[in-house]
Design a binder for this molecule. Sequence first.
Ligand code: TRP
Length: 337
Amino acid sequence: MSENSKKRVLSGIQPSGNLTIGNYLGALRQWVAEQETFNCYFCVVDLHAITLPQDPAALREKTREVAALYLAVGLDPEKVTIFVQSHVPAHAELNWILSCLSPLGWLYRMTQFKDKSAKQQQDSIGAGLLNYPTLMAADILLYQAHAVPVGDDQRQHLEYTRDLAQRFNSMYGDTFVIPEAMIPKEGARIMGLDSPTAKMSKSEESDYHAVYLLDPPNRMKKKIMRAVTDSGSEITFNDDLARAGVNNLLTIYQATTGETKEAIEAHFAGKGYGDLKKAVAEVVMAKLEPVQTEYNRIVGESGYLDSILAQGAERASEMAEKTLAQVKERVGFLARR
Ligand code: TRP
């Protein structure tokens, strides 16, 4: 199938914090599968990262790290476009135009804004935090993406993107493809090791919250051995919140090995939580070892990552500029001659 007849997919991850096994099992792993069937754009969303304060040197370093991890997990730059959001100015430009169409009421209703702004001093919250979903809509709509693989927590932002696209289309005529969310089925939602009722986050301060993709193996093991469980002893998949820790460990085991729930429960029947943790640590370490080897190879090859990102920015710009030119024409901007 030619690139043009394939459906387009776009997704992105912020270069803040450290990528975790949650990012891998819940997102990156799916992206690798999607690259075979879709025309994919995967960006490192640095513009989004600065909606909260970032250290400039760390931001630059994390941007390269996330891009290198995209490659290390198996995204093939010959098949997909990997780029840094700020390298394609069209994102910021479309964000402006869309923000003029964004009702404040919609933006204030976003749960992510409510959560993140609640943690800030009220009068110093940046306007960018409120506009976060509009920038995300720009990311998606510039590429006329049909599908957007995201975690369940981004569902509302996807709905917002669709609403905004429909609003633009009805005001100015059909311009944007209306994107669908592609939310992974069960088994992909990994919770915090120390707080198994909340999604594993890459920007959590606590040392025992998440296994990072670049953690040394002994650190991974230590974190998993410390995971919160409960006072029971039965090792079964269970929706009961009181058993969320064990359920999470089993979910990690399942997502990592691909075995069925029944086989996993049978395997652990009669065993203790210590055995479960050891087994989870083993499979996770084995899964990530080749990713780390590949990561080290990529960052060790001078100039390689930069050239991939330069090529990615070029390919992304081509598509983004085409959409942006049409948008500018529709809203009535005078063409530059
Ligand atoms: N908001 C997304 C997240 O935190 C990241 C993101 C930014 C994104 N732009 C996007 C995801 C476009 C999908 C498509 O997970």
